[in-house]
Design a protein. Structure first.
Length: 124
């Protein structure tokens, strides 16, 4: 198959791992800190880290360059490319989430949907 711009964009990395996230940092705080680099497609908060995905790889690359070492809520963030499990091509965080029975909304705390789809409205 020829490598079209759309196909090339689909295989370029767009997902970042954000480590050393303070436990009081909310999803909205991370979104606000990373918003200037481009449209955020997905943000998943974990205990002490997060995964953030942009629509475009160029946006993710700029965010990685600019935000690694950025201080948020007293912690210096560690920003890296999210690792992909070579066996199945899935992100490790998806395996982690699947092993726990699905995702949890960090807006309302309930299972079954993500914050961007939360029926309770705007993120905290």
């Amino acid at each position: 198959r020829p490598l079209t711009p759309a196909r090339l964009q689909s295989i370029m990395p767009r997902r970042l791992y954000i480590g050393n996230v303070h436990r009081r940092t909310r999803g909205r705080d991370l979104e606000d800190a990373f918003y200037d680099f481009g449209k955020i497609r997905d943000l998943q908060m974990k205990d002490g880290f997060a995964f953030l995905e942009y629509d475009y790889s160029e946006d993710a690359e700029e965010a990685l360059r600019e935000m690694d070492g950025y201080k948020l809520d007293g912690n210096r963030l560690s920003v890296e490319w999210a690792k992909v499990d070579r066996r199945g091509g899935r992100d490790r965080d998806r395996d982690y989430r699947d092993s726990r029975g699905g995702g949890k909304c960090y807006n309302c705390g309930k299972d079954g949907h993500w914050a961007r789809e939360c029926p309770n409205g705007d993120w905290r």
